[in-house]
Write a protein that binds this ligand. Sequence first.
Ligand SMILES: Cc1ncc(C[n+]2csc(CCOP(=O)(O)OP(=O)(O)O)c2C)c(N)n1
Ligand SMILES: [Mg+2]
Length: 350
Amino acid sequence: MTITASDPKLIGLYGSMALIRAFEEEAERQYKAARIGGYCHLSSGQEAATVGTVEALAEEDLLVTGYRCHGFALARGVPAEAVMAELYGRRDGCAHGRGGSMHLLDVSRGYYGGWGIVGGQLPIATGMALSLVRREAPQAVLCELGDGAVNMGAWHESLNLAAVWRLPVVFLVINNLYGMGTSVERASAEPDLFKRAGSYRMTGERVDGDDLEAVIEASSRLLEEARSERRPAVLEAVTYRYRGHSVADAGLAYRTREEIEEHRQVDPLERTRTLLRGHGVSAEEIEAADRDAAATVLRATEFAESNPAPDVDRLATGVYAPGSDAQFERMMPGSPFGERELVFGGGLGR
Ligand SMILES: Cc1ncc(C[n+]2csc(CCOP(=O)(O)OP(=O)(O)O)c2C)c(N)n1
Ligand SMILES: [Mg+2]
């Protein structure tokens, strides 16, 4: 897709990128001030890959991601208040304060998480695509993962099934050049990650993940092929994360300050501002989008701070499916599967 000057979406897409950048900076501040618990993985530097791929989703499509997911939730339209409140573990967080940073969720927007186990989201996304086929539903699934997940067994199993069953799923590999502390070059025997799709006779493509237009074009096309032809694909978006693996990591043990600086020189937000200016968008409009982003983040943080903690009585709500009570009634202590007799310890109770 080539964005035209008349496309009103362009400034909106930039606004979404600016929101993610501002949100991540605030999340880092609040995490360091100990207002956010658990883990916190920031995606600063990856905004074009995030916003571009989410833009390519149809409203009814389904999105599944790994744990570096604040940007994906925001791009998908989850209100910044609900995302920040989730980081704070508060009642009105998008996962009701139970998930935290890695487990954002908004099923009403087709966003099925936010998964903390590396590669854990792949079989889930593949199963969701199978379910779409079984129900003859026209949507596709976009499954985001990191470059570190492509050496997990779940990757191979999921790609194989997606290919043999022709499932409508696009596996989006966000290649930010590093896993937790190891480069793709050191960890992957085939560092051209998109080529791995060929092992499953699946389309594999690489795109400059910092080029918003290129990301939208590639992901729109592959998602459309998934929807209309049930053709699964791998899209590798090459980008860079500016901050450490998590806020707790300075990110300097496995790469140099100079390397980070080099990547900051080709910043995706700056590249998108250049694109906007080329389309005749004024400096004032761009500044207004930046101001809006900052104001939204401020509101989100105030909301999270004043939002109450979840009610302890509701700790198990949503954990078990409706109708599970009968199962609990059958249970006996020490016999979680409902068995009436205690069977361990050499047949106790017989
Ligand atoms: C199964 C499993 N092993 C290890 C971890 C710890 N871990 C969390 S993130 C990560 C690195 C993943 O890197 P990548 O897939 O490139 O994603 P990125 O962090 O770059 O977004 C590791 C090893 C985990 N969460 N799950
Ligand atoms: Mg990575």
